[in-house]
Write a protein of this length. Structure first.
Length: 317
């Protein structure tokens, strides 16, 4: 059945607030695992599961453990706020001049970091007032939660899997950007497809980077994790962002183990959280053996618990 972009976005608006209010991927923590898994808490049967998640490393390890897996944590990145961002100051100047029509918020961390970066020049109450005069676009529940802290709700909610494609489709359906001034809060790196898509539609685009991604201060666990992966000493590898993929491949290259990593992909299950991460794996010549229906960390671990053992057995032959 065909669903128009307008109907798709509207349907998502009915559920996103509830999901954003819940602590783990849209489900209350107490019932999260019970609702998601039909296999029981020992579904992974002691399989070694390598996770490159950083900010939520403890949480993903707990989920793996509760499903009976043996978590191996190898944090692969950290978010470094940009102490002085000329673009953020320009963003504020244009907001105060009523020279921004649409504000696109891509991440919850970025939304909070932007508010903190401007706090000395623009109190949160004033920032909320200025943002309220624009059309606010939130790419999923995390920026929605950050907006709620400012007393705001978005005018447009981007549906799963929350990629630039869904974002542009929602704008086309609800707020065409031709001739309009659009600010994009960036995360870690620019999204060229999104920026090009906005400009090709006639938008005047202001990039607002507020943090960058770097390697963790202690890269020992990352090197150890990549080494174990290259040696095929893990059964399943979990990737929750495209930048993680880049850092793993770069680390393997620095260790002289890139060929071994590519070879290990024939024996190890590679699980991706969603389409953007999957595209990054494929761009590096790595497989995507598993991707959950919803691009959430809890759904990823649940999908791994349900399908990972069989996939691992098949790959190891």
């Amino acid at each position: 059945m065909f669903i128009s972009p307008v109907a798709f976005c509207k349907r998502y608006e009915l559920v996103v607030a509830k999901r954003a209010a819940c602590p783990v991927d849209g489900l209350p923590r107490a019932i999260h695992l019970r609702r998601m898994s039909g296999r029981g808490d020992d579904a992974l049967h002691g399989l070694r599961v390598l996770a490159f998640e950083s900010r939520r490393a403890t949480e993903i390890a707990d989920l793996i453990r509760r499903f009976g897996g043996m978590p191996i944590s190898a944090p692969s990145m950290r978010e470094v706020p940009l102490e002085t961002s000329p673009e953020a100051l320009e963003f504020l100047r244009r907001l105060e001049a009523a020279a921004i029509d649409i504000v696109i918020l891509l991440t919850g961390v970025g939304t909070r970091t932007l508010a903190a970066a401007l706090a000395d020049r623009c109190p949160r109450e004033r920032l909320a007032e200025l943002l309220r005069a624009t059309t606010i676009v939130a790419r999923g529940p995390k920026p929605v939660a950050a907006l709620r802290e400012l007393g705001l709700t978005p005018g447009i909610l981007v549906p799963e899997p929350n990629t630039w494609r869904e974002l542009l489709a929602c704008l086309d359906a609800q707020a065409p950007v031709g001739g309009r001034r659009v600010a994009v809060q960036e995360y870690g790196r620019s999204n060229a497809e999104l920026l090009d898509g906005l400009r090709s539609r006639g938008a005047e685009v202001l990039r607002v980077p507020v943090y960058r991604w770097d390697y963790p201060l202690d890269q020992g666990p990352l090197r150890d994790g990549v080494t174990q992966l290259a040696d095929s000493r893990v059964d399943i590898a979990l990737f929750t962002s495209a930048r993680q993929v880049d850092h793993v491949v770069e680390t393997a290259a620095r260790l002289g183990r890139l060929d071994d990593l590519l070879a290990a992909a024939r024996r190890v299950v590679f699980a991706s959280i969603g389409p953007v991460c999957s595209e990054a794996l494929q761009a590096h010549g790595l497989p995507v053996d598993l991707e959950p229906e919803h691009p959430k960390m809890g759904h990823l671990v649940n999908a791994v618990a349900q399908r990972g053992p069989a996939l691992s057995a098949a790959k190891r032959g």
